[in-house]
Ligand binder design. Structure first.
Ligand SMILES: Nc1ncnc2c1ncn2[C@@H]1O[C@H](COP(=O)(O)OP(=O)(O)OP(=O)(O)O)[C@@H](O)[C@H]1O
Length: 384
């Protein structure tokens, strides 16, 4: 089965299970992969119908399956993502003598993968993103790009690397007109421009906001607009600095899932690097998590994989005393219990299972507000 068929089958399963919100977004990704403007028109018409008929679930599923059937007839060439799109070797960036220094950092970035960049404030996330996006000159090391579009100079190159900063600039006019302006500047003819823009508006859930102006949009929708505008340019590499900062919890998950799905496009994959403080959300979707501390990095795969062979590490938020917890975990191989003022971090021997921890907490009626197995999470670097 091809990757495209697998994607379509996934959507069918979502729709049949009535996970319509998710299924419909994934359907749009399948549609975008076809690059077929007739299919785009179908999805645009369906989106318009869907917004006008929010309660007609069954009919929406039926109509969606019809569009999917059309999509499945179009063959899609798979992009080979084996060669890294960016190779950074021993990169360093210093802001001057005795000031912050980033690196040396070596990194390989592949299209179709999501890289989460995490770390406390001031540890170099923005600096690394800007160095990789060629927004900032580095001092030492090398940075090589292996992109499909040919570039003659750095200006050319930067049009294929898109960096979206934490604070984006104000724009004037309607959301839709601003998106259309992007494609006009690339010389896309009016009819095609309209179709591509409406498809992107639909994909980012902006259908009912398309006529609004900058000051009429919430910060979350401004970020969606930025993403739509960026993706219209079909970048090969995308750098996002704190894209989740202004989003509510549900919107964060949705945007991350959407970005992952869009970057995983079958014929037009994008390498995505995003910095964020939303650790768990980012870990959930990232293929690789890079944790920066004082400008140096540790990939979770190295340090954490090694540690996770020796311990089970659990984060517990509860009101009880340290001695009570110690008692609860008697015979469970507790090796270390750290309290950082808000939560406990407990280290157990590797033989202990997370379910036995939950069982012990339940049996002793400990009022737990929150608990999580963080053995394989970069969260450990933050709490210890
Ligand atoms: N233009 C600059 N000149 C001098 N120092 C700078 C400059 N930009 C950043 N720094 C310093 O470099 C360090 C890293 O900053 P950076 O913005 O990369 O961190 P960050 O991890 O993105 O932080 P945050 O999570 O707060 O956005 C900080 O100590 C900052 O003060």
């Amino acid at each position: 089965m091809t990757k495209a068929q697998i994607r379509i089958n996934e959507v069918i399963t979502f729709l049949k299970n009535k996970d319509i919100f998710l299924g419909y977004r994934k359907l749009m990704d399948c549609a975008i992969d076809t690059q077929d403007l007739d299919i785009y028109e179908d999805v645009i018409a369906l989106t318009d119908w869907k917004e006008k008929n929010p309660l007609k679930e069954e009919l929406l599923i039926k109509k969606s399956l019809e569009v999917l059937n059309k999509i499945s007839k179009i063959s899609i060439t798979e992009y080979n993502t084996e060669t890294p799109a960016v190779i950074g070797t021993e990169l360093t960036k210093s802001y001057g003598y005795n000031r912050f220094t980033l690196g040396p950092i070596s990194i390989k970035i592949h299209k179709g993968e999501v890289y989460g960049l995490v770390g406390e404030n001031g540890n170099g996330k923005t600096t690394l993103l800007r160095v990789l996006a060629k927004e900032l000159k580095f001092n030492d090391g090398s940075l090589l790009f292996n992109l499909d579009s040919k570039h003659h100079d750095d200006y050319d190159l930067r049009s294929n690397l898109v960096y979206i900063p934490q604070r984006t600039q104000k724009w004037y006019g309607s959301l839709k007109d601003n998106l259309k302006f992007v494609l006009s500047s690339y010389g896309v003819p009016p009819k095609e421009n309209e179709t591509r823009v409406l498809m992107m508006i639909a994909r980012f859930g902006l259908w009912n906001y398309k006529h609004l102006k900058w000051n009429e949009l919430s910060s979350g929708y401004k970020m969606r607009f930025e993403l739509a505008r960026t993706l219209l340019r079909q970048p090969e590499i995308l750098f996002l600095d704190e894209p989740l900062a202004n989003l509510d919890v549900l919107a964060q998950q949705v945007i991350l899932e959407d970005l992952k799905s869009i970057c995983n496009s079958i014929n037009n994959p994008i390498a995505l690097i995003l910095s964020s403080q939303q650790l768990y959300e980012v870990e959930k979707i990232s293929d690789k998590v890079i944790y920066l501390k004082d400008g140096k990095y540790k990939e979770n795969t190295e340090v954490i994989e090694e540690d996770s062979k020796n311990h089970l590490i659990v984060e517990i938020d509860c009101q009880c005393e340290r001695d009570t917890l110690k008692q609860v975990f008697t015979n469970l191989g507790l090796e270390k219990l750290i309290f950082n003022g808000g939560i406990y971090v407990a280290y157990f021997s590797i033989e202990t299972s997370f379910s036995s921890i939950l069982e012990a907490l339940g049996k002793h009626k400990i009022e737990v507000t929150y608990t999580r197995n963080i053995t394989k999470s970069t969260r450990r670097f933050f709490v210890s």
